[in-house]
Design a binder for this molecule. Sequence first.
Ligand SMILES: Cc1ncc(COP(=O)(O)O)c(C=O)c1O
Length: 436
Amino acid sequence: MGIYAFPIHYVLELWQFLNLNSFNLRCRHYFTLEALHLGIHKSNIILSDRVQAIKPSATLVITARAKALKAEGKPIIGLGAGEPDFDTPEHIKNAAIKAINDGFTKYTAVGGTPELKQAICDKFKRDNSLTYTPDQVLVSSGGKQSFYNLCQAFLNDGDEVIIPAPYWVSYPDIVILAGGQPVILSTGIEQGFKISPAQLKAAITDKTRLVVLNTPSNPTGVAYTHADLKAIGEVLIEYPDILIASDDMYEHIVWADEPFCTIAEVCPELYAQTLTMNGVSKAYSMTGWRIGYAAAPAVLIAAMTKIQSQSTSNPCSISQAATLEALNGDQSCIQIMLKAFKERHDYVVAAVNAIPAMQALPSQGAFYTFVDMQTIIEQTEGINNDVELADYILSKAEVALVPGSAFGAPGYMRISFATSMENLQEAMQRLERLFI
Ligand SMILES: Cc1ncc(COP(=O)(O)O)c(C=O)c1O
């Protein structure tokens, strides 16, 4: 049994995704995690260096673990999820049902149907004042695949990619899979989890090829303002060979006074060196439908489309029909979800800050709060870091949180409020009982 009476494979999974399980990396998989699960202790399968260089998505591991413990009957409250708890809106589901009944169930063009590409161009014009033509757009099986296609199409071995931390868990590993070298720019709560222009400039070398921006951010919920993006843009305009990947996945989940903005809109001079990514997973509660999209200069989109043509081909035809309705149809569903997320944000941030040793910043969007747990770590006997603390909280309070290390920010913990207010209240009371 693992510490706190949790199964050994859970502790191993936590170690593995944080790359602490060095024995797993070094032993060329004669003794793999999977083998441990199956009780088989020896196999001749030697995995690629490529796959051994990356770790499984931490958020998916935690979510799966919380679900498994729940299935065992434990009253776990999962605050690890990266997906809205709302159902996909009815009119979107109906569009998919209609697509099935109409026989729209065959391959489509690799990069998406012409109708959907046009709807995406219209969306960029309407929401972001960005002009793209359909040959500048690629529809993929989720935003994750958009970024994967980009890295495969754009990076060579050793190319540096600047990633501000805390970051979305998948950026570094997708970069590594493409042979790139992540260059992490750390930001803490004291600088509002945002990189400064000076910090960015200092990180640029002659190997820098890509800079990733994500606003509002997963995991912090912090959004860059117009002025912030302008200042960052002023640095990047000096480097026309550097591409900017702007991940706008949470564009519609923003409650700040200032409306959402994206860098190509704020700095039109950067249009030709920017790839703007977005998707329907979060805004329309469509995580399972797997549709993301990207827009950029046509030459880059053509290369990304080539990668996709040799991996997954087109995104699901039915999901494309649903996405067409999501983008062109009634948008009021967004407001309903936004209102709930804002209420939950206000509650969670206040509840966290009511625990003296925990600190959270009010954020501008997404559905996460990123909590400074350093004092709790120092005060809790036998706990040395955020990974151990996450395990401790899961065992003592039966609340599942994702440790900050997974996002490149040790000492923090991500709370997802993509769950009911009732669950949040119960979870916060449990944390209060544990830490006050
Ligand atoms: C910042 C960010 N970008 C991209 C994605 C990918 O979303 P999906 O692949 O579900 O479209 C996520 C999902 O968690 C995310 O948080």
